[in-house]
Ligand binder design. Structure first.
Ligand SMILES: *[C@@H]1O[C@H](CO)[C@@H](O)[C@H](O)[C@H]1NC(C)=O
Ligand SMILES: *[C@@H]1O[C@H](CO)[C@@H](O)[C@H](O)[C@H]1NC(C)=O
Ligand SMILES: *[C@@H]1O[C@H](CO)[C@@H](O)[C@H](O)[C@H]1NC(C)=O
Ligand SMILES: *[C@@H]1O[C@H](CO)[C@@H](O)[C@H](O)[C@H]1NC(C)=O
Ligand SMILES: *[C@@H]1O[C@H](CO)[C@@H](O)[C@H](O)[C@H]1NC(C)=O
Ligand SMILES: *[C@@H]1O[C@H](CO)[C@@H](O)[C@H](O)[C@H]1NC(C)=O
Ligand SMILES: *[C@@H]1O[C@H](CO)[C@@H](O)[C@H](O)[C@H]1NC(C)=O
Ligand SMILES: *[C@@H]1O[C@H](CO)[C@@H](O)[C@H](O)[C@H]1NC(C)=O
Length: 296
């Protein structure tokens, strides 16, 4: 049993610790000042993306303009971003894909990307970049820990494609329907079910892989905007073509980490809330007031 006096002393100690923490852990708000490297750079443009500027750069722009991690290519009037996993990502997280850039918004540090595989009028030749499950989706630990340049916004949802030997009737599984047929040419003669004759479904949202039916395998995982997914989920009759149209809208990533360099260099925790970037860092007492100022 703890005596009343001891309990009070512990309580005061805790309060003291908390107060100390409040004094020492500072939060700075980041201004949205133009980067000094960018002062003498024209904005570049490619197709619909007319406003390519810091931290973005277009291939061929002067060396000092924008950052290399945010370089876009321009092919046939479409801006293209190469999205690569960082070198230290685990094997399961390795990828290197090109995406079309649909929009860059500088107010909220976002970029909207579309899989070039969707650039078709129908899904007969559908071939999408498969991203590691939960790599850029909501609450992604992956991007927070590993990804230096782009981070999943809270607006992304994973759409997982699964392939099953036997038909599955389960809520959340949506038959990909006519897209099944895309790879079935000249298999109609075989008696045993070929992998190409599987039943294919997509599953929206969070998925518990341990509950997967025995006859099913997980295929690719792609990202959709949460607006699209919510709209699909509230409809009582989701079809693959709805999803297809939804995926064609693309998904958004945030690029605010381009402005986090100073914060991270000081061991700070850099984050985004409502169009502002914040930096939290704890300092030793003697420096508490010197380091309060945070420059972008
Ligand atoms: C910006 O554009 C103007 C007009 O096209 C050109 O004269 C100038 O050299 C450009 N500046 C840079 C840094 O590219
Ligand atoms: C990524 O892919 C592009 C072409 O698609 C290639 O040029 C580039 O070297 C690749 N990068 C890495 C790190 O593999
Ligand atoms: C950023 O702003 C644009 C334009 O208002 C909007 O379309 C987009 O959804 C926003 N993105 C995020 C991630 O907030
Ligand atoms: C779908 O697109 C492919 C080529 O991408 C084309 O050969 C095929 O005829 C199209 N099918 C329909 C039904 O439009
Ligand atoms: C799927 O299951 C539901 C109820 O569990 C049933 O109402 C529905 O008819 C089934 N659909 C098919 C295609 O078997
Ligand atoms: C069928 O799918 C495989 C892999 O998914 C692909 O390599 C092949 O090109 C496809 N064939 C056709 C005719 O689309
Ligand atoms: C099915 O098999 C028979 C004989 O093996 C062959 O003559 C026929 O062309 C095949 N049909 C298709 C659609 O491949
Ligand atoms: C769902 O949509 C399909 C085709 O779009 C239609 O044939 C079917 O009757 C619809 N089912 C319900 C329950 O609305």
């Amino acid at each position: 049993m703890v005596s009343g006096g001891k309990r009070r002393r512990v309580f005061l100690l805790v309060i003291q610790k908390i107060l100390l923490l409040i004094v020492l852990c500072l939060t700075s708000r980041c201004c949205k000042a133009q980067h000094k490297h960018d002062q003498h750079c024209n904005t570049s443009s490619c197709g619909n993306i007319r406003d390519i500027r810091y931290p973005f750069r277009l291939e061929g722009d002067p060396q000092h303009c924008g950052l290399r991690d945010y370089q876009l290519a321009c092919n046939n009037n479409r801006a293209i971003l190469q999205l690569k996993s960082p070198p230290d990502a685990g094997y399961d997280y390795k990828f290197n894909y090109s995406y079309y850039v649909e929009a860059i918004t500088y107010d909220n540090f976002s970029i909207r990307l579309v899989d070039p595989g969707l650039d078709k009028d129908n899904c007969s030749s559908l071939s999408l970049h498969s991203l590691p499950y939960n790599s850029f989706s909501r609450n992604s630990i992956f991007t927070r820990r590993f990804f230096p340049s782009f981070i999943g916004s809270y607006n992304n949802y994973d759409v997982v494609f699964i392939s099953c030997q036997n038909p599955v009737n389960r809520s959340g599984y949506v038959d990909t329907g006519f897209c099944d047929k895309r790879n079935t040419t000249s298999t109609s003669n075989t008696t045993s079910p070929s992998p190409l004759q599987n039943h294919n479904y997509f599953v929206l949202g969070e998925m518990d892989f341990s509950e997967l039916e025995d006859s099913c395998n997980i295929g690719s995982s792609v990202l959709a905007s949460i607006d699209v997914v919510s709209r699909l989920l509230t409809g009582d009759n989701i079809s693959f073509s709805d999803l297809y149209d939804g995926l064609a809208y693309g998904f958004e990533l945030r690029w605010y980490r381009a402005n986090c360099g100073h914060c991270v260099a000081r061991g700070g925790w850099c984050y985004y809330i409502e169009n502002n970037i914040y930096c939290d860092y704890c300092v030793e007492l003697s420096f508490a007031f010197d380091t309060r100022i945070f420059h972008c």
